[in-house]
Unconditional design. Structure first.
Length: 195
């Protein structure tokens, strides 16, 4: 069950970590100005933030991008790029990547080599992300309350455990990600579950 309806033991801890992060709160506020109905910042941005905190690191780990995911099946083509441009104007120091999850099925096969079914919601999309520890999204409501989406819970994130989410990610892709990301070099207490 999604974390938005049944908080886990880690729910409050994640909200606290997010609230204390100056860069992530600034990113959330910028994203909120887009006026999207269903959105979050997720994946590596949240994973890095939590694992840095759990390792006691004062300097945030570098991010390849800040994934802003949203779900709008009625969106015009090119909205992703327009929203990304607006975010880059508001917060140019942040490496934005904006993706409408409602259309992932239209390009996924040409990029990753296998077709996927259309997603039904933002939570459904997050539930397909590569590892359970990164299948987490955070948003900010109009009252500055931090909202969480974690369809697989937060246990892997807080246990610093990397394991494949089999819903969409092949063993080959998972192995390549583990090799590329080199999780344990940055975070020595991370455990990588071999496929």
């Amino acid at each position: 069950m999604p974390e938005t309806t049944q908080p886990s033991q880690h729910h409050e801890a994640l909200q606290r970590i997010v609230a204390q992060s100056g860069w992530l709160m600034a990113a959330l506020r910028a994203a909120r100005t887009l006026g999207l109905e269903s959105w979050c910042i997720g994946a590596g941005a949240i994973r890095n933030l939590v694992w840095d905190e759990l390792h006691g690191y004062q300097t945030p780990s570098a991010l390849a991008d800040i994934d802003l995911a949203f779900f709008d099946p009625e969106a015009e083509p090119g909205l992703d790029q327009e929203l990304q441009r607006r975010l880059q104007q508001q917060a140019p120091a942040l490496p934005w990547e904006v993706t409408n999850q409602a259309f992932v099925h239209t390009w996924f096969e040409s990029y990753f080599g296998h077709a996927v079914e259309p997603l039904q919601s933002l939570e459904d999309a997050i539930a397909t992300w590569p590892e359970f520890a990164t299948s987490v999204g955070v948003s900010l409501d109009a009252d500055d309350r931090i909202q969480l989406i974690a369809p697989h819970g937060l246990d892997d994130l807080f246990a610093m455990r990397v394991q494949r989410n089999p819903r969409r990610v092949s063993l080959e892709t998972y192995r390549a990600r583990v090799q590329e990301k080199q999780y344990t070099q940055r975070w020595p207490r991370v455990t990588v579950i071999a496929p």
